[in-house]
Write a protein that binds this ligand. Structure first.
Ligand code: ADP
Length: 583
């Protein structure tokens, strides 16, 4: 019989995660247990490479190896620069130009001189230490003589015309889950946070961090944090739902904004995806920080390695609990994961948990069944004999925890749950009686504590943003704000594309699959990621969404018909197909 699932928390792992897992019937790892007797290891910092190498089939980690290429400010800047050079600056135009100092000092000086000598609009810069977070050590400057630093920093063009709400600057925290890098499988959560500065924005006071930085850790300490601020309210955070309602109340056409953010996420992940080693037992939650300017153009500020999951205010409670719950559902634990001693395993198939330092193709489960045993335990060197025997034994017995088939099995459980055709008892045993999978993995429409913005609220105050509407004319979508709460139906099951490949579910809770988003990107990511094809498909998708037309030249291909995706962004997202064929 399956025992409870077991989690390990370490190094700034969030308390909230502990609460959610315990509620779902998980148990916490303690010294009494066998060394390998756990299912999920969550930590705020990076795992050692030996920890990836020694993973057992039922164990998962909350970080993929080698994602520092996007999570450290200097690495991100370098990678985006490289992609800009190879894919074109029009595509990779979502990050303010950046210089890594001291190395790029001469380049920065040349750029600074060029821009300042042309006498254009006033230019501002922001200086950020490369390996600090939470706003520490950051300052904004205009004159190069104010640039003083004593560690490696990144100097970036300051987006000086941010979209303001009642004069307050804000940025968006978007939660992105990379379920797998090989094949690339990405979900974006529909809920997120809007983080406000707590003093009114003004370029005449560059030193006022409470006006220029939107980090909660900074603004919590500000004198106006608790004050009731015009429209923003108390504190410094909104939920994304509240922000969406706000945009709607201002008659802002928000959908192009969400699609652009979606593209930013995909294009950013493409910078590292080919070089991340394959580790099917890892799942990672990233926090993408996006600043929206007065023309509604989103800018990527940074990607957070361990986005804060602490609860500081009602918006946090409203967003993060559901986020974690959905993340656990997305991890798709199945009954076999509870069988950690291997005694009750039926022989099924084998799969290595980690594919070394090279990115590699993850075989389908039917292929893994035919792999010779030696290949299934390539990293057993240096293990103690008992552990090596256990790995070998488990490799013979266990299905891969994250293989397509395992995933399909889990999804079947989830979906049959939705249809109430499975045994609730069995599922409760595995996931805990309060698991959201058990009752509501499909969708959640309201969150406790959500407050609607009055439709009478005045317009956004910013120089050019009033009544601004991007050029998109044909985002024909159901009116989600009309009072109708009926979601647009979308396929919930994992399906099989005509190519014979399994397609990950389109949504899990409030996580919407944003990659792959069609048959071509599924194919392009299956073996060695074909970045060029992905980029072309992103271009096409954006064009088609903007026009609302299906690609007439090509017609609808067979693969497109069978592949469904949801449009990330709207509260009740329609399928992409519905957007292409407006009625
Ligand atoms: P940290 O990791 O310290 O949070 P960020 O890069 O996220 O560093 O910057 C902190 C804050 O500074 C952001 O939340 C944003 O409000 C502001 N900021 C950062 N970069 C820029 C920029 N290029 N233009 C405008 N504001 C910025």
């Amino acid at each position: 019989m399956a025992s409870s699932l077991v989690f390990r928390l370490h190094d700034r792992a969030p308390e909230l995660l502990r609460d959610v897992l315990l509620e779902r019937g998980w148990e916490e790892y303690d010294g009494e247990r066998e060394e390998e007797d756990w299912n999920l290891y969550w930590r705020g910092s990076a795992f050692r490479s030996s920890e990836y190498h020694n993973l057992l089939p039922w164990q998962r980690l909350n970080h993929h190896p080698k994602t520092v290429g996007i999570t450290r400010k200097d690495c991100l800047a370098r990678n985006l620069r490289r992609m800009r050079a190879s894919c074109g600056s029009s595509l990779y135009d979502f990050s303010p130009s950046s210089f890594i100092l001291p190395n790029d000092y001469t380049r920065f000086l040349a750029e600074y001189d060029k821009l300042h000598l042309t006498g254009g609009p006033s230019l501002y810069w922001i200086c950020k230490p490369v390996d600090l977070s939470r706003g520490r050590g950051i300052f904004v400057f205009q004159d190069i003589k104010d640039l003083v630093y004593d560690c490696s920093v990144i100097v970036q063009r300051y987006v000086s015309d941010p979209l303001l709400i009642s004069g307050y600057k804000f940025d968006l925290r978007i939660y992105v889950c990379v379920k797998s890098f090989h094949p690339l499988t990405v979900y974006i959560h529909q809920e997120g946070l809007v983080r406000f500065a707590t003093e009114k924005y003004s370029l005449s006071s560059l030193r006022n961090l409470f006006a220029h930085l939107t980090n909660s850790s900074i603004n919590k300490l500000g004198p106006f944090y608790r004050a009731e601020k015009e429209r923003v309210g108390r504190g410094c955070k909104w939920t994304m739902s509240k922000f969406r309602h706000f945009l709607h109340s201002q008659d802002v056409d928000e959908l192009p904004l969400w699609q652009r953010i979606n593209n930013i996420v995909t294009l950013t992940l493409l910078t590292i995806a080919p070089s991340v080693p394959s580790c099917p037992n890892c799942v990672e939650l990233f926090g993408f920080d996006i600043l929206v300017d007065a023309r509604l153009k989103p800018w990527l500020l940074e990607v957070n390695y361990s986005p804060a999951l602490t609860l500081d205010c009602p918006a946090d409670v409203s967003v993060k609990r559901g986020l974690i719950s959905d993340l656990i559902d997305l991890m798709n634990y199945t009954s076999t994961d509870g069988l950690r001693d291997g005694a009750n395993q039926k022989p099924k198939c084998k799969q290595p948990c980690f594919h070394g330092d090279r990115p590699s193709y993850v075989p389908t489960s039917s292929q893994t069944q035919t792999l010779p045993l030696l290949k299934t335990v390539p990293q057993s060197k240096g293990m103690n004999p008992r552990r090596r025997a256990l790995v070998a034994d488990q490799s013979r017995r266990l299905p891969p925890v994250n293989s397509n088939k395992a995933c399909a099995a889990g999804v079947r459980i989830i979906n049959s749950t939705a249809r109430k055709t499975h045994s609730d008892e069995t599922l409760n045993l595995i996931l805990g009686s309060r698991s959201r999978t058990n009752a509501s993995v499909v969708n959640r429409h309201t969150r406790p504590g959500e407050t609607d913005v009055s439709p009478k609220t005045p317009e956004i105050r910013h120089p050019r943003g009033l009544g601004f509407k991007p050029s998109a004319v044909a985002w024909k979508l159901p009116n989600i704000y009309s009072g109708s709460r009926v979601p647009v139906t979308a396929p919930l099951e994992e399906t099989t594309a005509p190519t014979g490949q399994d397609v990950p579910p389109v949504r899990v809770g409030d996580f919407i699959r944003t990659f792959p988003f069609n048959a071509a990107t599924l194919k392009a990511s299956r073996h060695k990621l074909n970045v060029k094809v992905v980029v072309q498909e992103l271009h096409k998708l954006t064009g088609r969404l903007t026009s609302g037309q299906s690609d007439e030249a090509e017609g609808t291909k067979k693969g497109e018909e069978d592949f469904d995706s949801l449009l990330w962004g709207p509260k009740d997202p329609p399928s992409l197909r519905q957007c292409f064929k407006p009625t």
